[in-house]
Design a protein around this ligand. Structure first.
Ligand SMILES: C[S@@+](CC[C@H](N)C(=O)[O-])C[C@H]1O[C@@H](n2cnc3c(N)ncnc32)[C@H](O)[C@@H]1O
Length: 289
């Protein structure tokens, strides 16, 4: 632990010349790396403390901050950690930083489940850090959650993230292409969820440096029209879903209608477009009949 007075910490923050947007990142850094939350920092303004115990020194935080400013490395990668729903997940360069809008997909899935005493098989295709799969596996040990990813390093990380929260074995991780590792579960999956790479290539090429230079291309690039992977997932879904099983997809802001059309084409019914917190048709869900 590194001891610093609250006065010195507040002064250090004050001396960092930054805009409002980056200020949130600064507080995130102090929280994730230093172990001091923003609300604690605010409380020091009213009630100063002689000694604050930080996990790292202010010099070390300054080095991290320079890395963020100079090479635009996201704070979550600098700290190898991020908050998502009620989880604190490890992240590294092999996985996407799970986004706040994706948090909703867990709630959409939970709302589809009426009987919590029923055993279910749920799949998360392209699990990355494991965010979606872990949030569901922790909700109910009667549910078997199957998570796949093409990137073995993501599978290893998701496994570590799950072990941090649970010693149950209701999360099963597989390395491979979308549904392919799940052949044994063909026709048995009740709910399949995916937040696949869906950014159209041209849009991907113009993403901010913080994303393009640091987040894995394989997690974002959805090919020419962004629908390359979504198409494959929908096309294969009928083999793997149980009759009446649900497919939940996250999509780019302008893709929902196209995803809906694809789902209709492959025999889905009860198709709905669900808006995210910003009013964007971010999720498309349908039931395989
Ligand atoms: C947008 S990220 C989503 C990660 C995580 N589910 C989340 O919401 O934060 C897409 C994920 O799909 C994986 N992926 C890309 N192509 C894949 C493929 N052909 N088969 C399986 N997974 C793939 C990437 O490695 C990445 O982890």
């Amino acid at each position: 632990m590194f001891e610093v007075s609250s006065e010195k910490l507040l002064l250090w923050i004050q001396n960092i010349n930054t805009n409002e947007e980056d200020r949130d990142s600064l507080y995130q850094l102090i929280d994730l790396r230093g172990g001091i939350s923003r609300s604690e920092i605010n409380s020091f303004k009213i009630k100063p403390q002689k000694v604050v115990n930080m996990k790292v020194s202010l010099d070390s935080l300054s080095e991290n901050w320079n890395e963020f400013i100079q090479i635009k490395k996201p704070i979550q990668y600098i700290c190898n950690s991020c908050y998502w729903r009620d989880l604190n997940l490890e992240v590294n360069k092999y996985v996407l930083i799970p986004r706040v809008e994706t948090e909703q997909i867990t709630d959409i899935a939970l709302n589809l489940i009426s009987d919590s005493k029923k055993e279910l098989i749920i799949a998360d295709l392209g699990t990355g850090s494991g965010a979606i799969a872990i949030s569901l596996a922790l909700k109910n040990s009667l549910w078997t959650v199957l998570a796949t990813d093409i990137e073995q390093n993501a599978i290893n990380l998701a496994n570590n993230n799950f072990k941090k929260y649970s010693n149950t074995n209701n999360l099963k991780l597989f390395c491979g292409r979308w549904w392919q590792p799940l052949k044994k579960y063909a026709g048995k999956i009740n709910i399949a969820i995916s937040n696949p790479p869906y950014i159209p290539l041209k849009v991907y090429e113009n993403l901010p440096i913080s994303v393009k230079n640091h987040e894995p291309q394989i997690a974002l690039n959805g090919g020419d029209d962004g629908l390359l992977h979504i198409r494959e997932i929908i096309e294969e879904a009928p083999k793997y879903l149980k009759k009446d099983g649900w497919l939940l997809l996250e999509n780019h802001f302008d893709q929902a209608q196209k995803v809906k059309t694809l789902m209709m084409h492959y025999g889905f019914e009860s198709i709905r477009i669900v808006k995210d917190l910003y009013g964007i048709g971010r999720f498309t869900i349908g039931r395989y009949k």
